[in-house]
Design a protein around this ligand. Structure first.
Ligand SMILES: Nc1ncnc2c1ncn2[C@@H]1O[C@H](COP(=O)(O)OP(=O)(O)OP(=O)(O)O)[C@@H](O)[C@H]1O
Ligand SMILES: O=C(CO)[C@H](O)[C@H](O)COP(=O)(O)O
Length: 340
């Protein structure tokens, strides 16, 4: 399949490709799948948040003394059923959890798109869900970063006091560690985010973070499709501080290849990277740097991740029936937890 046919192939194929994104509330799940949504556009991509599958409303949870992170507080059987229907191309009546009032709205009709993002606290919690998901991403910010993001968002946008946010985070921590973090052992890619090595101020003022993209082994050969990125010209043209590092990281007892970025690349370099994706996928031009003259380490990680996800989608098309990797097949359930 020549790369130029790629978008047409996705449109014409009946295959519903599911991307699962796991992580705590406010961990950056929506942010880190932005490139995928931008690259393929709203017609091809839709998102389901697993929050809609809570079993109890906010008051009921309070009365029961449980957090939404406890598996029993969620309807995973219904989620499995719905995901199987969507993957088969059939519409569902999706429940709706309303974060404004902590109650359920009436269910809404939801039709599958060719790329479906399933994001939330527990996308990889059951073997059935894991089987239905084609690409698994775990977003894992450093606790200090998570705390800063969550306080900023919940205070500015949701009207909570900083103390109330801190208290809730403390209360959720044991359940996060017990039920959410261990899912990172199943991920194809884990994104770790820390404050920039160029100073916390750079993170807070310019959204520049130290971002590590840990990835499992690439799928087997996908023939004539070349989705490689040449980092050398990107780095040699950089004007601000920018670093890239290749290492391996221990993720739940498994060694994963790790690509770390920190700092910023100027817009001209960013354009080349984005243009490269456009040329190879023939999809709408994307502009991740938006109004800024610089592309941050996080933006680059999003693009590389998008590349990797596209690679998996192409692999499935070129080897029908092979939605998992050899590595996944051999992954046991006994790896230790890895999210922080
Ligand atoms: N890469 C990033 N750079 C800067 N800020 C970020 C980044 N990712 C997330 N944030 C901050 O954290 C907040 C939450 O991010 P996001 O909405 O992506 O998380 P989420 O995991 O989807 O949250 P939820 O599940 O609660 O909706 C954002 O509003 C933003 O302020
Ligand atoms: O973890 C969460 C999101 O992933 C939320 O805490 C959960 O969905 C409950 O929402 P709310 O606090 O609005 O009742």
């Amino acid at each position: 399949m020549p790369p130029s046919d790629f978008k047409r192939v996705i449109i014409e194929s009946p295959y519903v490709f599911v991307i699962g994104v796991a992580g705590d509330s406010g961990s950056g799940k929506t942010t880190f799948t932005r490139a995928i949504r931008e690259i393929f556009g709203q017609d091809l991509v839709s998102t389901i948040t697993i929050d809609d599958y809570h079993k109890y409303d906010r008051r009921e949870r309070k009365n029961l003394g449980i957090t939404p992170l406890v598996p029993e507080a969620n309807r995973f059987d219904l989620l499995e059923e719905h995901l199987a229907e969507l993957k088969a191309g059939r519409p569902i009546e999706k429940p709706v959890y309303n974060h404004d009032n902590g109650m359920f709205d009436p269910p809404v009709p939801f039709s599958p798109t060719k790329i479906l993002i399933l994001e939330g606290l527990h996308p990889f919690i059951t073997p059935t869900l894991r089987d239905l998901i084609d690409f698994k991403l775990y977003v894992d910010p450093d606790p200090a970063v998570k705390r800063a993001w969550k306080i900023k968002r919940d205070v500015e946008r949701r009207g909570y006091s900083p103390d109330a946010v801190e208290k809730e985070m403390e209360e959720r921590k044991p359940d996060y560690e017990r039920y959410v973090a261990p899912q990172c052992q199943f991920a194809d890619a884990v994104i770790r985010i820390a404050f920039s090595k160029y100073g916390r101020e750079v993170s807070e003022k310019r959204n520049v973070y130290h971002v590590t993209l840990c990835q499992s082994k690439l799928d087997r050969s996908i023939g004539d499709v070349d989705l490689s990125i040449d980092l050398f010209p990107l780095l040699s043209l950089s004007e601000r501080n920018f670093m890239v590092e290749f290492t391996t990281e221990d993720v739940g007892g498994k060694a994963m290849g790790a690509l770390t970025f920190d700092g910023e690349l100027n817009d001209a370099v960013a354009r080349r990277l984005e243009r490269n994706i456009e040329l190879q996928t023939q999809v709408e031009p994307i502009d991740l740097s938006q109004d800024s003259d610089y592309l941050t380490a996080g933006d680059i990680a999003q693009l590389i991740l998008a590349w990797r996800i596209i690679n998996r989608r192409i692999f499935i098309e070129s080897a029908p029936g092979a939605s998992g990797t050899e590595e996944e097949a051999s992954a046991g359930n006994n790896r230790r937890g890895c999210g922080r």
